[in-house]
Design a protein around this ligand. Structure first.
Ligand code: TUI
Length: 308
């Protein structure tokens, strides 16, 4: 399935991996790229030097192209933005903000820039600033989210810009990929399904929580202070939502979730940790290799789209 995105990224399949904090480290990024998709190292809140090490380790595992996601709310975003250039990374995605201030530096270094956007306005602005593509991410996604659903956001972004659009949020199988293509997307970004891949270095409790999740197990914390984060329901989300209803300040609420994602991903604390996952978690039933996942999803998508 050739699209402008497979050409841009030099990949076999129009599937890119989400730049998930703590999850998208070198093993996962290399495995997705080796399987014919496009892997990404998630910069998240990590210092530049940690991201540099991750890039180098991924290069030991794959000769195929992979990229880096720069999380713009990170205090280390400036450093990570420079490290990707120094390390010769050719594709950057960005999340949780507006990457304008890095665009000139990246373009001058020949880096393809693919901002993740949650609105038509930001998609248009990114195109004007020279973005090569955008990821239109609906609020079905895990982690930090916008307001629009994938179903409504993707076709509106597709109509608003000339650059190719990658759909994200709520996509976990070939039906989701086919649907995204029907909305005009030229690739998809997948996160939650890859969290339960064999190659993802994620605590077994976290993987099992996703595998066992039902459709209604998703919760959003932080809406009251403008930083909505989607994760799976647990004691932490119940306490968080209760404190939000009581009108507690951003600082008090942040205290509850300090380090909570790491606690869940690395220590397996799925009770008080933040189990970030998208609403598609309920559809995900088994651990597989990234190759098995991608080949299964693409076969299903191709059949639905009537292509060989
Ligand atoms: O960035 C994400 N998802 C993330 S980042 C993250 S790390 C984190 N951890 C704890 C709390 C908060 C963050 C976890 N998940 N997705 C891409 C994304 N970007 N979704 C929404 C946006 C977005 C939202 C508003 C992008 C730009 C924006 O406005 C920028 C502007 O200036 O207009």
């Amino acid at each position: 399935m050739k699209t402008r995105i497979t050409e841009l990224l030099g990949v076999q399949y129009p599937v890119i991996q989400g730049g998930m904090a703590w999850v998208a480290e070198h093993h996962l990024a290399a495995a997705v790229s080796e399987a014919g998709g496009f892997g990404l190292i998630g910069g998240a809140n990590a210092p530049g030097e940690v991201v540099r090490e991750e890039i180098r380790k991924a290069r030991e595992l794959t000769g195929k192209p992979f990229g880096v996601n720069v999380m713009l709310m990170s205090p280390h975003a400036d450093d990570v933005a420079k490290v990707v250039v120094e390390e010769g990374i050719k594709v950057v995605t960005t999340g949780a903000g507006n990457p304008e201030k890095y665009m000139d530096m990246w373009k001058a270094a020949g880096v393809k820039v693919i901002p993740v956007v949650a609105s038509v306005a930001l998609a248009r602005r990114m195109e004007r600033y020279g973005a090569d593509a955008v990821v239109a991410e609906g609020c079905e996604s895990g982690g930090h989210i916008g307001e629009q659903t994938t179903m409504t956001l993707v076709p509106q972004v597709v109509d608003a810009v000339e650059i190719p659009v990658i759909a994200a949020g709520g996509i976990g199988d070939g039906r989701g990929i086919a649907a995204a293509f029907m909305l005009g997307a030229e690739a998809v970004q997948i996160g939650t399904r890859f969290v339960v891949s064999k190659e993802a270095v994620v605590h077994e409790n976290y993987k099992q929580r996703i595998i066992k999740a039902k459709d209604i197990d998703s919760a959003v914390t932080g809406r009251s202070h403008g930083h909505p984060v989607r994760c799976l329901r647990n004691q932490m989300t119940r306490e968080y939502v209760k404190l939000e209803a009581e009108g507690k300040s951003f600082e008090e609420l942040e205290y509850l979730t300090l380090g909570a994602l790491r606690k869940a991903v690395q220590e397996g604390d799925i009770t008080m940790g933040t189990v970030m996952a998208g609403q598609i978690a309920g559809l995900i039933t088994k651990e597989q290799t990234c190759k098995e996942m991608i080949e299964e999803m693409m076969a299903q998508a191709k059949e639905l789209l009537g292509r060989d």
